[in-house]
Ligand binder design. Structure first.
Ligand code: AMP
Ligand code: MG
Length: 497
């Protein structure tokens, strides 16, 4: 007789409370599952049964061949604007939500598969995922988490033992992903596009209960939700910008209402600073280029606002419509300023400042202009600035061709730092906000290529470094150094299909 399957302590509020938002579905079996990655610390945080990632059934469990007894797998429906064009029905074409757990800190978290086979939303896709892109989610997600940036996280990756057909045949994999929720702007768009206002209202109230419980039952709570989601997005995109992160596919179906970063497909970290940097092979117009991310975030939030309007005013009541449109517009219009303010606050910390002066924005902007015109590595420059705060500017100066220009800026910055109350401790503070280690594209690519060929050592070595991004010692290793320029110039990313 088979041993009983573990229980994860799932609650399945999404399936229960939101009829019409998902379809009950089962994962496709994997022929020869093998565990490639397991996140024991995260499993513990979630309060999963001890040893669940180690037992003899772990690979089968995280491949979807065996399911926790209390799992109730569903494929979620959603819509979305992709590169500006609207698709009324996308949905989980290769993902399944197993259920939600309430973690040790009392937070509700989704546990979901990605790459677990076709669903009713697969369209022409095969529902599968390859080892490389799923381990990429591990690397970037863990890096973001260590950098203090809200993100979904990987709990496990299992190789299925089955090839997936892309340009070539690649080893297949299933990722188990943990998220504060998988509610997206596109989830609201799904109901709005169908004119299902009851479904939309239920969804909005569900989102509020899950992410903004202080708004439960409040009149005008839809606008409250819009404000809260806008605040989280502004904060998140500012954090991305301050570590040089380019998401690469900021479609509305990839905008999580929780404010977490989701879907690490064609993302990349910038090396030499360039606001026009874009790596995605399908982003020809540079819609999702580094410097466009604030404007795109605002555009996505405007799409979110539009879905909420029918809940706020009756379509026949023109004065009411005008009023709510004005209110929603005011919220959206503030996003750019809020994002700028968040970004500047982060830049002040990276400059070692603890006080605000009106000239700080220009000081930060001029620094970025210097990095841009002299093609200096963004991560390394910020990090080496901490050394300059301790009277060791040489390693930083060595990054610039035009030393006079950087010296002129450094003397302005030193004067500003001297006026700040806490200049002595500046270097230590700066080293806690400007990382020595980011997932550099060439290292990520090398690790994933090796893993695809069966060697996981480079993946684990890189992962260990990414989990300690502030470690000064890494600067003396390849993990803290830029790629050769030719490598970055030729670097292209692909959607994780
Ligand atoms: P993404 O670009 O990964 O955010 O995915 C956009 C949409 O395409 C979502 O609806 C996905 O479920 C779907 N999709 C991506 N890859 C596949 C695949 N291999 N099979 C089926 N659907 C997919
Ligand atoms: Mg997506």
């Amino acid at each position: 007789m088979k041993p009983p399957m573990p229980r994860f302590g799932f609650d399945n509020s999404y399936a229960r409370d939101l009829p019409g938002a998902s379809v009950a579905w089962q994962p496709s079996p994997a022929p020869a599952p093998r565990l490639l990655f397991a996140n024991a610390a995260l499993a513990d945080e979630l309060g999963l049964p001890p040893g669940v990632l180690e037992g003899p059934d772990a690979a089968a469990l995280f491949a979807g061949n065996l399911l926790p007894e209390d799992a109730q797998p569903i494929a979620q429906a959603y819509a979305g604007h992709q590169f500006g064009g609207f698709s009324p029905q996308l949905g989980d074409g290769r993902a399944l939500l197993l259920g939600e757990v309430v973690d040790r800190a009392g937070r509700r978290r989704d546990i979901a598969f990605k790459g677990s086979g076709r669903t009713p939303f697969s369209r022409s896709g095969d529902g599968k995922a390859a080892v490389g892109p799923m381990l990429r989610e591990v690397l970037i997600g863990e890096a973001m988490h260590a950098l203090g940036i809200p993100t979904t996280r990987a709990l496990a990756v299992v190789a299925t033992g089955e090839p997936v057909r892309r340009e070539t045949a690649l080893p297949g994999a299933v990722l188990t992903r943990v998220a504060a929720s998988h509610l997206r702007v596109g989830t609201c768009q799904f109901f709005a596009a169908r004119g299902d206002l009851d479904g939309l209202r239920r969804l909005v109230d569900y989102t509020i209960a899950r992410h903004d419980p202080e708004l439960i039952g409040q009149p005008g709570r839809e606008l409250g939700l819009l404000r809260a989601v806008a605040r989280r997005q502004a904060r998140l995109i500012a954090q991305w910008m301050n570590v040089g992160f380019i998401h690469g596919v900021m479609n509305t179906d990839n905008v999580a209402l929780s404010g977490e970063t989701i879907d690490y497909g064609p993302c990349a970290f910038m090396e030499a600073y360039d606001p026009a940097a874009v790596f995605s092979s399908i982003d020809h117009g540079g819609r999702y280029a580094y410097g466009n991310q604030p404007a795109i975030a605002q555009w996505n939030l405007a799409r979110f606002a539009e879905t909420l309007l029918p809940l706020l005013a009756d379509e026949d009541d023109e004065p009411a419509i005008e009023r709510v449109v004005a209110e929603a517009t005011a919220i959206i219009d503030k996003v750019a300023d809020r994002l700028d303010a968040e970004r500047l606050a982060g830049q002040r910390r990276k400059l070692g400042l603890t006080t605000d002066e009106p000239g700080d924005a220009a000081l930060a902007a001029d620094w970025l202009t210097l990095l841009h015109t002299q093609s200096v590595d963004f991560t390394l420059a910020w990090r080496l600035l901490a050394g300059a705060a301790e009277g060791r500017p040489e390693p930083l100066r060595d990054q610039f061709r035009d030393r006079d220009a950087v010296d002129a800026w450094l003397s302005r910055w030193r004067e500003r730092l001297a006026r700040d109350g806490a200049a002595e401790a500046a270097a230590a503070r700066m080293r806690r906000v400007s990382p020595a280690v980011i997932p550099r594209n060439h290292l990520v690519e090398a690790a994933l290529q090796a893993a695809t060929a069966g060697d996981l050592q480079p993946f684990h070595a890189l992962l260990a470094r990414l989990r300690e991004p502030w470690d000064e010692a890494a600067l003396a290793t390849p993990f803290g150094q830029p790629a050769p320029v030719e490598v970055t110039a030729a670097y292209r990313t692909f959607c994780g299909t």
